[in-house]
Ligand binder design. Structure first.
Ligand SMILES: Cc1ncc(COP(=O)(O)O)c(C=O)c1O
Length: 397
């Protein structure tokens, strides 16, 4: 008997990652010989710093080739705790028992969703938000509740907007500052109001800080700097973006010990430990802060130069509106009304790819169809050329 695949109830509503889909389409067009400017990507274009790569090579030679503890090697968890303690404003120091290392912050987010949320729970998602949050919450069989920010507030949500969207079933919220897709950064006061509300209501806060170190004027605040309690706080971070280590797949959570134990148990039945050699690479990144800071500062300065160059391009097109890019490496551009399309972002993404050979991500991936996301994590000349084409396509210039 031949078996026809019917997706299970677990994944029946699952959508393909729109950002990865754009990257695949751009790659296919490039392979077909077209000269595509790919501004769809969400990863730094730098190589992993040499001292990290060398540490990984040395670790392989020294035998880091076997399973490790599910939650990660102790020196790495200690280095992560020490790094986080530099930010901590209140409460007892973070210990290694609160740290679980996984195969990327994406897995850490998923572990946290599965362990904290379940059927019937509602999770507030300040939107637009990274596409995977909605899917992860739904995969945990909970309900994702998007809460939309105002353009005048750089699409960030306020504590009052979250309170208004809450119900007795609200179990938690996702926070992401600096934000993917908008590049917006929450101020200390904004974070404080949201964290206070969540603590009062007994909601879990999943604070995804993967872009924390990629922030410009004045930097970005961690929830660890602001929260007055860690009882309901799960901070998610990783090496992917700040250290240009996307392919190494190392992320982690800092969470109350009971949550950390549950996530470790869950991970022990799914992926076990993150790759041993990658853990040693991450240990070099976190454990050698002087060298790491030098490398990170160099990359962040470079992102800022490109961001400034791209903003200079757009300043020649005053009708083009975008969220102020205070962090990460994205510009979120308003394309409402483009050629009269209902899904203006999708229409614009198709037009700019076909007519100007630039790949961008439609805002519908982040539940805001009037927008598109374009990344400047590419060389300055490519970014300038790409954003010039975007502005021309949008304004008809
Ligand atoms: C907001 C956000 N969180 C998490 C991730 C995943 O990062 P990692 O490579 O550590 O899984 C990404 C990657 O694009 C992201 O944009």
């Amino acid at each position: 008997m031949s078996l026809i695949f019917q997706p299970s109830a677990n994944i029946a509503r699952l959508k393909e990652s729109a950002t990865l889909a754009v990257a695949a389409k751009a790659r296919a067009l490039k392979a077909a010989g077209l000269d595509i400017i790919d501004l769809g990507a969400g990863e730094p274009d730098f190589d992993t710093p040499a001292f990290i790569r060398e540490a990984a090579t040395a670790a392989i030679t020294a035998g880091a080739t076997r399973y490790t503890a599910t939650e990660g090697i102790l020196p790495l968890r200690e280095a992560i705790a020490a790094d986080a303690n530099r930010l901590l404003a209140h409460g007892p120091p973070i210990t290694a028992a609160e740290v679980v290392v996984s195969s990327g912050s994406k897995q850490s987010l998923y572990n946290a969703c599965v362990c904290c949320f379940g059927p019937g729970d509602e999770v507030l998602i300040p939107s637009p938000a990274w596409t995977s949050y909605y899917e992860m919450v739904e995969l945990a069989r909970a309900v994702s509740v998007p809460v939309f920010g105002e353009e005048a507030n750089d699409l960030k949500v306020t504590a009052a907007q979250l309170a208004a969207a809450a119900t007795p079933r609200t179990k938690g919220l996702m926070l992401n500052s600096p934000s993917n897709p908008t590049g917006a950064v929450y101020t200390q006061d904004e974070l404080s109001a949201i964290l206070t509300l969540a603590a009062e209501r007994g909601w879990w806060v999943l604070a995804d800080e993967i872009y924390l170190r990629i922030a410009y004027e004045g930097g970005a605040r961690s929830a660890l700097e602001v929260a007055t309690t860690r009882d309901n706080l799960i901070v998610i971070n990783g090496v992917a973006k700040a250290y240009a280590m996307t392919g190494w797949r190392i992320g982690w959570t800092i969470a109350p010990v009971a949550v950390s134990r549950a996530m470790t148990a869950f991970q022990s039945h799914t992926t076990s430990n993150a790759a041993a050699v990658s853990q040693h690479a991450a240990l070099a990144a976190l454990g050698r802060p002087q060298e790491a800071d030098e490398a990170v500062h160099h990359m962040v300065r470079e992102f800022q130069r490109r961001r400034d160059a791209v903003m200079a391009v757009l300043s020649a097109y005053p009708t083009v509106r975008y969220v102020h890019p205070a962090g990460a490496f994205y510009l979120y551009i308003n394309v409402a009304g483009f050629r009269g399309a209902a899904d203006a972002g999708a229409a614009f993404a198709a037009a700019v790819l076909e007519e100007h050979q630039v790949a961008v991500v439609p805002g519908s991936a982040f539940l805001t169809p009037d927008w598109i996301r374009a990344s400047y994590a590419t060389s300055e000349s490519v970014a300038v050329a790409g954003f010039t084409r975007i502005a021309r396509c949008l304004t008809g210039a």
